[in-house]
Design a protein around this ligand. Structure first.
Ligand SMILES: Nc1ncnc2c1ncn2[C@@H]1O[C@H](COP(=O)(O)OP(=O)(O)OP(=O)(O)O)[C@@H](O)[C@H]1O
Length: 349
């Protein structure tokens, strides 16, 4: 387990002081894929670099499997670092080395025998799908292939942890998908813990189990990807999740929806198989309320469907309350995002 406790980092330039990280607390479980998302300058890279102490925190504790890295001697720290692989946005390959040597170099530096290196590199290139590229040079590889070399190199020392620093940001969407698939594959095959930083929620959605949302050096929200997507709370999270209903529900829409009875606009999040359940027709027939879908979408989080529906529900006030309670039982998350009062009754004199 990786534990970051009360991590703060302040950079001092000549005259300026930047609080890049403020009291960060994260626990990352063995074997999980943990994502850190945030806008540029949020502090993601600094936080990632603190996990292997490439950057020392100004205060706080970094522990891996219960060992506080800040208390280790240089040699012990080097050994810990060997078990932490890292891949980068710009790949950082050695241009004068071919693919084989780019992967082999770290093994040579660690005194691994030639015979072992040959076997290891061959296995790694097979794992990342580059078995036929061993003699090619980086200049002759596509971005996706370069990142595969980066991954093979990062896995050379059989790490327990893989840090991914915007590993797919320089790649087109199709290549990004193939690299994310590879990360999922090695996470499963090797039981590797993966920590990735990104500014793309799509990356989080496709591979992560849990996510932390960062803003201005702080974690503003963290949880399972399913929870964060089904119930984003903070504005930044809503932005990343694309939960922009505030803009979707216009004044024109509200006045068109205003009827004689009071009504609500609800945001419903359905998880897993229940994403396809006909809950709305049940609620309409059982509680004599009218329901209309205002907007809806289904997204897949690591293969699990999550449905988001915006529904307008109108009817008798008591029946509406009962209908909402029913939905709260049946649906993963129900949020009343607008209450619309009924039209004032005309009084005859
Ligand atoms: N070595 C440094 N010296 C001074 N300030 C730094 C240093 N490294 C980072 N910072 C500052 O710390 C803050 C966080 O930077 P960081 O690179 O961690 O953010 P980020 O979320 O990774 O951004 P990006 O997505 O653009 O890479 C920024 O204000 C940055 O300017």
């Amino acid at each position: 387990m990786i534990e970051l406790k009360n991590i703060s980092k302040t950079f001092h330039d000549r005259k300026t002081k930047v609080d890049a990280l403020k009291n960060i607390n994260i626990e990352i479980n063995e074997g999980e894929i943990f994502g850190i998302i945030g806008f540029s300058g949020a502090g993601k890279s600094t936080l990632l670099r603190i996990i292997n102490l490439l950057e020392e925190p100004t205060s706080g504790e970094v522990s891996i499997n219960g060992r506080n890295l800040l208390t280790l001697k240089e040699r012990e720290l080097r050994n810990v670092r060997k078990k932490i692989g890292i891949i980068f946005q710009q790949f950082h390959l050695l241009s004068s080395y071919n693919v084989f040597d780019n992967v082999a170099e770290i093994l040579r530096m660690n005194g691994v025998s030639k015979q072992e290196i040959n076997k290891k590199v061959k296995d790694l290139l097979l794992l990342v799908g580059l078995e036929d590229k061993a003699n090619q040079y980086p200049a002759n590889l596509s971005g996706g292939q370069k990142q595969r070399v980066g991954i093979a190199r990062a896995l050379a020392m059989d790490p327990d942890i893989l840090l991914c620093d915007e590993a797919t940001s320089a790649l087109d969407p199709k290549t990004t998908d193939s690299i994310l698939k590879l990360l999922l594959d090695i996470n499963k095959k090797l039981g590797l813990t993966i920590v990735l930083i990104t500014h793309e929620m799509d990356v989080i959605k496709k591979v992560c189990d849990r996510v932390a949302v960062m803003e201005k050096g702080e974690i503003v929200e963290q949880g399972t990807v399913l929870d964060i997507f089904s119930n984003p709370v903070q504005e930044t999270t809503n932005h990343f999740v694309g939960n922009v209903y505030e803009n979707m529900i216009t004044e024109e829409m509200l006045s068109a929806l205003r009827g004689d009875d009071p009504s609500y606009i609800l945001r419903l999040a359905f998880r897993g198989d229940s994403a396809l359940d006909p809950v709305l027709s049940e609620v309409a027939s059982s509680y004599s309320v009218t329901s209309n879908i205002v907007h809806g979408s289904i997204t897949y989080l690591k293969g699990t469907p999550l449905g988001i529906l915006f529904v307008h529900l109108s009817g008798d006030a008591d029946k509406l309350k009962q209908a909402i309670s029913y939905l709260e039982e049946k649906v993963y998350r129900v949020e009343v995002i607008r209450e619309i009062s009924g039209k004032p009754k005309e009084v005859l004199v």
